[in-house]
Design a protein around this ligand. Structure first.
Ligand code: NAD
Length: 493
């Protein structure tokens, strides 16, 4: 099978100068090849978006929101197909993929309310017979670049708001699991989105840099690892674009001595090993505040032993493979090289899947210290580190001195401690007895520090802000007493 770009409402039929392989991670087999964009395809996608823009920007709000409502209905109706596509190329188990689609729908539903979201302000009589009002207008052609780990949800964090606000989009999904984006574009077309409003361009750095440097692309929403996010932010802004670039993470879960340890152990295992740890909101560090460490580690170890790891399409499997062999091997290098105490070795876990799959079972390290690569690096796999901490203040310092600031959680029964933590912690998304605090679709998603470059977060109100620019109109309808020439600076009287 070969996967091709979606440009101007149809599959691209031109030859591909370069291609990449798309694997079934549960078997290790090549399932498809995907064509990589070069200058011709980049130009075609941007040109299609640019051509579609004048009509789409002037489409009524009623028309735009009806397309989004139609798209929502289609995603609901075809959810099982989308879930299968995600599992086939990413490897996450079907229940997890269904959760991804459900959370993606929140962002779609938010964008359905675009007529209310684009309401401006109006002030009558700011001066005698002068009125002022603000309007929000689309930017034009915008680029969306997404990572492999949420092949449906991350594109849908951005595309619905972007098109609802009247923009035309070139979406560059991850080359590791590109099919979900094409399926999304097909459903949008079926829902009545005009040709060229949403285009899907496959590829790698060449495609991304092509969008970053293209003079007709006004803005870029990026999600991926921190080094690439930094590159995207610096290159995009240097080329005069509005950029939001969400990066990597190292999320800490702080467990205070008064916490419910069963709840904390359940949360650490769920948030550490769900989606094989390939979530930017995964918990990768448990900070056990004395004296809970030994007991907490024992409870986490017991739970890991019961996890069913295997092919995501098999009933009962809770954790699937890693996305590629190269990524699995990189994650494995931390298991080989980990200098801390290896409590559970994921290489020994029983696997319910084909031997060629990209497997690594859940792995647990204890007594990890902040100088170890296990702690400093984003591993992005099923490797959970426990750091021992002597007090709340030590735990807070650890979180606040970490380079990343995406998500964090505190587990405690002390409301005062939790409130202090939410106030003092330097992280963008905080959970109180909630391990994966991904905001609902009507808030916005984003981290601090090296987890986000730019100032607006993804989806929700920040998404509308990012995909529009404001215009303020000062208006006076002349009457016979307009007063003649006056070279002074206009004052309000
Ligand atoms: P990645 O950075 O390798 O790739 C992301 C996108 O950038 C892909 O579309 C890829 O094709 C493109 N890309 C890769 N190398 C590039 C280069 N040199 N120049 C230009 N573009 C390039 O990330 P990934 O491995 O696909 O995804 C995992 C990462 O994404 C993790 O670091 C994870 O934490 C992060 N992530 C962050 C969030 C968030 O909201 N902060 C959400 C999901 C994933």
């Amino acid at each position: 099978m070969s996967i091709t770009h979606w440009i101007d409402g149809k599959p691209w039929t031109g030859p591909a100068a370069r291609t990449g392989e798309v694997f079934n991670p549960a078997t290790g087999e090549v399932a498809a090849t995907v064509g990589f964009a070069g200058p011709t395809e980049i130009e075609a996608a941007v040109a299609a978006a640019r051509a579609a823009f004048p009509a789409w920007r002037d489409a009524s709000l009623a028309k735009r929101s009806s397309v989004l409502f139609g798209f929502r209905e289609l995603v609901n109706a075809r959810k099982a197909d989308l879930v299968d596509i995600i599992t086939a190329e990413h490897g996450k188990v079907t229940d997890d993929a269904a959760g991804e689609v459900q959370r993606a729908l929140e962002a779609v539903e938010f964008a359905c309310g675009v007529p209310a979201l684009l309401k401006g302000g109006y002030s009558e009589n700011v001066s005698a017979r002068v009125d002022v009002y603000s309007i929000r207008q689309p930017l034009g052609v915008v680029g969306v670049v997404s990572p492999f780990n949420f092949p449906a949800m991350v594109p849908l964090w951005f595309v619905p708001n972007a098109v609802a606000c009247g923009n035309c989009v070139v979406l560059k999904p991850s080359e590791k699991d590109p099919s979900a984006s094409v399926f999304i574009a097909e459903l949008f077309a079926e829902a009545g989105l005009p040709d060229g409003v949403l285009n899907v361009l496959h590829g790698d750095k060449v495609a991304v840099d092509g969008l970053l440097e293209h003079p007709d692309v006004r803005a870029i929403s990026f999600v991926g690892s921190t080094p690439i996010a930094r590159h995207v932010y610096e290159t995009g802004t240097r080329h005069g674009k509005r950029v939001q670039a969400l990066g990597g993470a190292k999320n800490h879960m702080v467990v205070l001595p008064d916490a419910d340890l069963d709840l904390a152990a359940d949360a650490a295992v769920s948030a550490g090993f769900g989606s094989a740890g390939e979530r930017c909101m995964a918990v990768s560090v448990v900070v056990a505040v004395d004296p809970v460490g030994d007991e907490l580690v024992a409870r986490i170890r017991d739970r890991i032993a019961k996890l069913k790891v295997g092919d995501g399409r098999r009933r009962g499997c809770e954790m699937g493979p890693l996305v590629t062999a190269a990524h699995r091997d990189r994650v494995l290098s931390y298991v080989h090289g980990g200098a801390a105490e290896l409590v559970v070795d994921g290489r020994d876990h029983e696997i319910d899947g084909a031997p060629g799959g990209f497997w690594l079972g859940p792995t647990l390290f204890d007594h990890v210290t902040p100088d170890m690569p296990l702690y400093t690096d984003e591993i992005f796999g099923p490797v959970l580190s426990v750091v021992r901490s002597s007090s709340y203040s030590d735990a807070l310092d650890l979180v606040n001195t970490n380079a990343y600031g995406n998500g964090t959680a505190i587990f405690t029964n002390d409301g005062g401690a939790a409130r202090r933590f939410q106030n003092e912690v330097e992280v963008g998304m905080v959970g109180v007895n909630v391990p994966i605090p991904v905001p609902v679709g009507y808030y916005s998603f984003g981290g601090w520090k090296d987890s986000l470059f730019g100032d607006t977060h993804a989806y929700g109100p920040d998404g509308v802000h990012f995909f529009t620019r404001t215009k303020v109109v000062t208006s006076r309808w002349l009457d016979p007493s307009h007063g003649g020439v006056n070279l002074g600076f206009p004052r309000n009287t």
